[in-house]
Write a protein that binds this ligand. Structure first.
Ligand SMILES: [Zn+2]
Length: 127
């Protein structure tokens, strides 16, 4: 499991934090585990990933892009599942190709959901 040196939220000592980003029941989950000498420990899953860890994952495994080839279906999906506003949808209608960027895990989870709706897409590493 990858790890990062991180400041203990209690005593501010620099500790080793194990972390990972996985897909669980279709959702992206961030896992973080550490034990500090001061007694503070954490072993938890969260749907929210701290920016520092996300940056680290992108540094290590690259930045990925999902390209969506089914504009109408894609917009419908974003409106229904991600509650995009009409304003945002209108903006996206003007775009030639709808794309998303993120970690490999994030793009895979999003891609899986879109493919279930029959949306044609590709996912590739861009950085
Ligand atoms: Zn501590």
């Amino acid at each position: 499991m990858p790890f990062l040196k991180y400041e203990c939220p209690m005593c501010k000592k620099i500790i080793k934090v194990n972390y990972n980003q996985t897909i669980s029941r279709g959702e992206v989950l961030f896992f973080m585990q550490y034990n500090c000498e001061c007694g503070f420990s954490s072993d938890e899953d969260s749907t929210i990933i701290p920016e520092k860890f996300r940056d680290e994952i992108i540094q290590e495994s690259g930045l990925w892009q999902l390209k969506c080839y089914d504009k109408i279906k894609c917009l419908k999906f974003l409106r229904q599942k991600y509650l995009y506003s009409m304003e945002k949808i209108k903006e996206l209608k003007k775009v030639e190709l709808i794309t998303f960027e993120g970690t490999a895990t994030e793009m895979k989870a999003l891609g899986n959901k879109m493919e279930k709706e029959g949306i044609k897409l590709i996912i590739e590493r861009i950085e």
